[in-house]
Ligand binder design. Structure first.
Ligand SMILES: N[C@@H](CCC(=O)N[C@@H](CS)C(=O)NCC(=O)O)C(=O)O
Length: 198
């Protein structure tokens, strides 16, 4: 399996961490592409987004939740997506919250890169409010987070890593102290240390 990623994408990081935690990292041929090479990705994913995986059969698997589910299906030694209910839906919902957090960070970063005449403070404020309400929910949930992490926790930590990398809501750890404590711990895992944004 070949997987196209970029260095800083929170979704690509999630896939890499999942591969690592599932013991499959070295089974994947990772191809890191630059912003300029993104056009080549359209051959595999018409949405032009990373991560995208190309299986040995030539089949394409795109969108990080699908790639993570595929990787999880390859190993029986660990279930990063539990098979039992309600844990399965709790995990996938937490993943969706993490991915959604990443989406809001991307919107804000893109907005901040626009020329001042096109910049919208309203968009930044609306997205920042979404980030804060999500962090507040995660702060309450963090005391019950799975350790070792499942896919949901991995998605949340990758999105938060991207939020920090982009300097969005930089003071977050002073307000969301449970979440900050949990985040400090998860970053110590080898899978996170090996995949930090550059
Ligand atoms: N829902 C997708 C989101 C992927 C995504 O937005 N990737 C960004 C990088 S962080 C991208 O490739 N953006 C390029 C573009 O939108 O043209 C996933 O989870 O894989």
């Amino acid at each position: 399996m070949k997987c196209y990623v970029t260095n800083n994408s929170p979704y690509a990081r999630k896939v890499r961490v999942v591969a690592f935690e599932a013991g499959l990292y070295d089974e994947v041929e990772w191809t890191t592409i630059t912003r300029e090479e993104r056009g080549d990705i359209n051959n595999f994913n018409p949405l032009g987004k990373v991560p995208v995986a190309v299986l040995g059969t030539g089949d394409i698997v795109c969108d990080s939740p699908v790639i993570c589910a595929y990787l999880d299906s390859l190993t029986s030694s660990i279930d990063l997506i539990p098979k039992s209910e309600p844990e399965r839906w709790q995990t996938l919902t937490l993943e969706a919250l993490g991915d959604g957090l990443g989406d809001t960070v991307i919107v804000i970063s893109q907005e901040k890169q626009r020329p001042s005449e096109k910049y919208s403070q309203e968009i930044v404020e609306r997205q920042t409010a979404k980030i804060k309400s999500t962090l507040s929910v995660l702060d309450s949930a963090a005391i019950d987070f799975n350790d070792p992490p499942l896919l949901g926790e991995i998605a949340v930590a990758c999105a938060m890593g991207y939020m920090e990398f982009r300097g969005i809501v930089p003071e977050w750890s002073e307000t969301y102290v449970n979440l900050a404590k949990w985040y400090d711990n998860i970053l110590k895992r080898l899978s996170f240390r090996k995949t930090a944004p550059e």
